[in-house]
Write a protein that binds this ligand. Structure first.
Ligand code: PTJ
Length: 254
């Protein structure tokens, strides 16, 4: 669909169209649309911008990547449709491989997502070659199928848009989990080591820029000072304050 450029919500509508296209191309699942709707609702609440506490989480994510020996970026249908170029750039700058890892896993979707990533510039995509696929021992969903060169051996895993079953499993295996999730109340958001409450279309390139600016000493300092619980509390405070202001405005307008 062609979005009228003067539509007040043109940007959001264009992002939706990318998901619809991914659905029509057969690699975004219908559940992905529901996920996007939920994300949009939370994005409204935070004001559709990267708020200050989230900048702290983004710095911590860059620091975790800087200090990691085997960082990996997990990619699902939604993120492939929404920000594949940004994910490829993050992968190139940090050296972290991209791995397709799906909840609604089919071989057809895995291949299509790998193709989307390659078209966006990726040299190599993990999670595709059956010879390298193994199962995580402590997870029953299809997300347990991982690459032995990727998530299986990773020390830091970036998990954008999760549905909540994997973060704890990865943590139990001693991995550091960096989540991107617009819902600060989700299980994933609350159990990750570092939670970026932001839209993937805004924050992935910000992680890359922070990574480029940061040296190892700074990364160690950032991680020492980082407290994910405090960041999540500040995000919720931001939403509460924003709702208070909006509520006052609405009361004044009546
Ligand atoms: O491609 P698959 O098979 O791996 O399936 C992917 C989906 C997204 C369908 C699957 O992981 C799922 O069902 O996820 P949930 O349970 O809907 O959770 C997705 C979370 O991501 C929710 O908390 C949303 O608020 C959040 N979210 C949605 N869109 C965005 C987002 N977070 C950041 N940026 C977004 N654009």
């Amino acid at each position: 669909m062609k979005i009228p450029p003067d539509h007040p919500r043109a940007e959001v509508l264009k992002i939706r169209e990318r998901l619809v296209q991914g659905f029509e191309d057969g690699y975004v699942v219908p559940q992905g649309m529901i996920a996007q709707g939920r994300g949009e609702a939370f994005d409204y609440l935070i004001g559709e911008k990267t708020i200050p506490p989230v900048r702290e989480a983004i710095k911590a994510a860059a620091a975790a990547f800087k200090l990691a020996e085997h960082p990996v970026i997990s990619v699902n249908g939604n993120t492939a449709a929404l920000c594949s170029e940004d994910l490829v750039e993050l992968s190139e700058v940090t050296g972290a491989p991209l791995e397709v890892n799906l909840f609604h896993r089919t071989e057809d979707r895995v291949k299509k997502i790998a193709k989307v990533l390659k078209e966006a510039g990726a040299d190599r995509v993990l999670g595709v070659d059956p010879e390298h696929l193994v199962r995580l021992p402590n997870l029953s969903s299809p997300r347990a199928v991982v690459d032995d060169r990727g998530i299986h051996r990773a020390d830091v895993v970036l998990v954008p848009l999760e549905d909540g079953d994997r973060t704890n499993a990865l943590k139990e295996l001693g991995k550091t989990v960096v989540a991107i999730d617009l819902n600060p109340l989700s299980r994933t958001a609350r159990s990750a080591d570092i939670t970026i409450v932001d839209n993937v279309v805004r924050c992935v390139r910000k992680i890359t820029r922070e990574y480029e600016r940061m040296d190892q000493d700074r990364a160690r300092y950032v991680l020492r000072e980082y407290d994910n619980g405090r960041v999540l509390a500040r995000v919720l405070d931001h939403i509460r304050e924003r709702l208070r202001v909006l509520s006052d405005e609405a009361a004044g307008a009546t």
